[in-house]
Ligand binder design. Structure first.
Ligand code: SIN
Ligand code: MN
Length: 283
């Protein structure tokens, strides 16, 4: 079983802006996550859509604190957190997690963006955050897997504008970047995990296939990068790590079975993209 990222994975992340760890979670673990998620009414009830500006809508649920359920065991386990700490070279805390639910035929697209394009708006000063996308279903070109522009994290933050309900990177600049850097489709098997830098440009297509493409993304911020103001994601909150075997020990444990307050983010409270519209309106 894979554990914390090794030196060559850390080097790849620093150079390319991401690294994919194949089989970070084994079949038993990811099957538990998939079973929990697909039958979780609370997860479904808290889901909201974000129009992609291309005619589709992507569905997701987002929560700020990891909790004691299986989702929390994934977000808090040493494989994830020790790896994030190695990449950010600091203690990390849980910034939020989300389930991207790209259902067959209907799952919408994500427009080109940097995660820091959103999080900059939340009083986060440095782009020293990392996201980890865990494939719950197989992610393929056909069902709208993530696409990235390797090395784009080195460019720094790009201007973002509102695109549908999403924050989209300035497309004139993205197109110029695409003339200089390649585009890579990140196909993944369930249990694979992609660690990516908050300034890495990424997107994904609509899911036109017959197969769902769900993934859980856990985002971590460095303790030293505590936001200077309150926003809809937490400021520094100590993260209690758990041992890797807690995933199997906890087993199928949905939000409905978890007493802890994970602080769901209802769409109405998520202002990182909407503030862009407000800015445009007041210009
Ligand atoms: C995201 O950028 O938050 C989601 C991207 C994806 O999973 O397609
Ligand atoms: Mn993103």
């Amino acid at each position: 079983m894979a554990h914390v990222l090794n030196e060559s994975q850390v080097t790849e992340y620093r150079r390319e802006g991401y690294t994919i760890v194949r089989g970070l979670f084994n079949a038993e673990e990811v099957d538990l996550l998939r079973r929990s998620a697909k039958e979780d009414r609370a997860l479904d009830q808290h889901a909201f859509g974000r129009a992609d500006g291309e005619g589709g809508t992507v569905r997701l649920s987002l929560w700020n604190h990891p909790g004691e359920g299986i989702y929390g065991m994934f977000a808090r386990c040493r494989r994830m957190v020790d790896s994030a700490e190695k990449l950010l070279e600091d203690e990390v805390y849980h910034y939020h997690s989300k389930m991207i639910m790209k259902d067959a035929k209907v799952g919408g697209a994500w427009t080109w963006h940097q995660d820091y394009g959103y999080w900059y708006q939340n009083g986060v000063i440095w782009p020293n955050l990392v996201s980890v996308s865990i494939a719950v279903d197989p992610a393929t070109k056909e069902n709208g897997c993530m696409q990235v522009i390797p090395r784009s994290h080195d460019i720094g933050r790009i201007e973002h504008v509102l695109s549908g309900d999403q924050a989209g990177a300035d497309m004139e600049r993205v197109n110029a970047i695409l003339e200089r850097l390649p585009l890579v489709y990140c196909e993944m098997e369930p249990g694979d995990a992609m660690f990516f830098h908050s300034n890495l440009l990424h997107r994904s297509d609509m899911n036109r296939s017959d197969n769902p493409r769900w993934s859980m993304i856990c985002c971590y911020n460095a303790k030293s990068n505590d936001p200077y103001k309150d926003a809809h994601h937490p400021r520094y909150t100590p993260l209690n790590k758990v041992d890797d075997d807690m995933i199997v020990k906890v087993g199928v444990k949905r939000f409905a079975d978890d007493e802890s307050n994970v602080a769901w983010l209802e769409d109405a409270n998520d202002t990182s993209a909407r503030v862009l519209k407000d800015k445009a309106a007041t210009k």
